[in-house]
Design a protein around this ligand. Structure first.
Ligand SMILES: Cc1cc2nc3c(=O)[nH]c(=O)nc-3n(C[C@H](O)[C@H](O)[C@H](O)COP(=O)(O)O)c2cc1C
Length: 395
């Protein structure tokens, strides 16, 4: 359920609605009286193919009970944009319009995306009202810094649509199969410096790792995403650690896995680094047609992490003897699951083919699918393995 209150950012709620509908959500829209000064119900009706709710006295028939029915059917109540006034009214518990009545009558989680002029946002009254709502369990998608409609620069601008959607997914996943679990995911390629301006890198974009982190978040886990410099769009609703080199990645993984249930290593880690990193830019030299770089081995992060109870999932991107090499990695690194895929066909692509290899069972080759879909499959698998492990421990 999306409630739109009367702020200048109300027009952005149309985009949000469209994205939600495209994602498969059934969206019931409520507009406050003030919101109708900014945007018409018809816009939302056309986007959702459903009637838009504007009045607490509408929608009562013999088998539909207005706000009571809406409240019961809501999976989540999102208020975007949430004005200072609406936040105050929700904190007080007023029910003199459709939004207020639904907010009191529903058991669905409340998500607020505030948007307002900078001073209104900073005002102690707004702060206190938000604190009250958060103490009662509401989730706030904080507004962003930027140019506001008032002409001021500051915080108060409605969070981006991806940030709001990510928070919604995380809130909806609270009761998912990974609820209460901590998952660490690594993504992207590492960079090993040669001098202040050059490095050895690889073509990994981090798409698979990001998709896995999002799928784990959506399944209810609290997720730490450790991302290399090649990852362009870092998702919301996760703890993010940024690293450059393999050794930085190792330190981050060691710290983040201290109390984690699972580690999923989807990062493309450099096997070697330069033995010496030049402090100044390496010169071309006079007439030299060859340069020799001496490389030394980086630590094997996945093999080196040994924590009782930590489920380890690896990726094997190979160009030859895929299954055999992956199987060897599974055993050598003491993994619960390894996802083997063709390095050339996978790196940088939106899709992936994969073979899931577990201990003691035949490899399972999956058809080519979008990385998001593959991520959901792997997370489903991980959730099952964590549940089995803990069930076994409790038995
Ligand atoms: C042009 C204009 C823009 C406004 N923008 C905002 C805004 O971004 N955030 C906000 O909290 N209030 C804003 N207001 C004030 C609200 O519209 C006003 O407080 C109203 O009572 C909110 O009602 P509602 O919360 O029931 O929708 C704006 C008012 C006007 C006239």
């Amino acid at each position: 359920m999306l409630a739109v209150s009367g702020g200048i950012a109300a027009y952005k709620a149309a985009d949000l609605t469209s994205k939600l509908v495209q994602m498969g959500a059934v969206v019931e829209v409520v507009l406050t009286k003030s919101a109708r000064h900014f945007i018409q119900p018809l816009t939302f009706q056309a986007l959702t193919k459903r009637p838009v709710h504007t009045d607490v006295f509408e929608g009562w028939t013999v088998d539909s009970f207005g706000h009571v029915t809406l409240a019961r059917e809501a999976g989540v109540l999102l208020v975007a944009p949430a004005t200072a006034n609406t936040i105050a009214r929700l904190a007080t518990g007023l029910a003199d319009d459709m939004l207020g009545a639904v907010a009191l009558a529903t058991e669905a989680p409340l998500v607020l995306a505030p948007a307002m002029e900078h001073h209104m946002w900073q005002h102690p009254a707004t702060r206190a009202n938000l604190s009250t709502l958060m103490e009662r369990g509401a989730t706030v998608v904080p507004p962003e810094q930027g140019r506001l409609a008032s002409g001021y620069e500051g915080d108060g601008r409605l969070a981006t649509t991806p940030a709001i959607l990510a928070t919604l997914r995380a809130v909806l996943g609270r009761l998912g199969p990974l609820a209460g679990r901590r998952v660490v995911v690594t993504a992207g390629g590492t960079r090993e410096p040669l001098d202040p301006v050059r490095y050895i890198g690889n073509r990994s974009t981090g798409k698979m790792g990001v998709a896995l982190a999002e799928a784990a978040r959506d399944a209810g886990a609290s997720v730490t995403l450790i991302a290399g410099p090649t990852v362009p769009d870092l998702p919301a609703g996760l703890d993010i650690l940024l690293i450059d080199t393999a050794r930085e990645l190792m330190a981050a993984v060691e710290g983040a896995t201290a109390d984690a249930d699972a580690l999923i290593m989807a990062a493309a880690v450099a096997d070697f680094r330069a033995r010496e990193v030049s402090e100044s830019k390496i010169k071309k030299g006079q007439g030299e047609s060859r340069v020799t770089l001496e490389l030394e081995r980086n630590p094997d992060i996945l093999a080196g992490i040994d924590r009782p109870g930590l489920l380890k999932v690896g990726f094997a991107a190979e160009t030859e003897s895929l299954i055999e090499n992956a199987r060897q990695k599974l055993l050598a690194k003491d993994l619960s699951l390894i996802v083997a895929n063709d390095a050339v066909a996978t790196i940088g692509s939106e899709e992936s083919t994969a073979t899931l290899i577990r201990r003691g069972t035949e490899p399972e080759t999956l058809p080519r699918m979008a990385k998001e879909e593959l991520a959901a499959r792997i997370i489903h698998e991980v959730a099952g393995m964590i549940a089995a492990k803990n069930g076994a421990r409790h038995a």
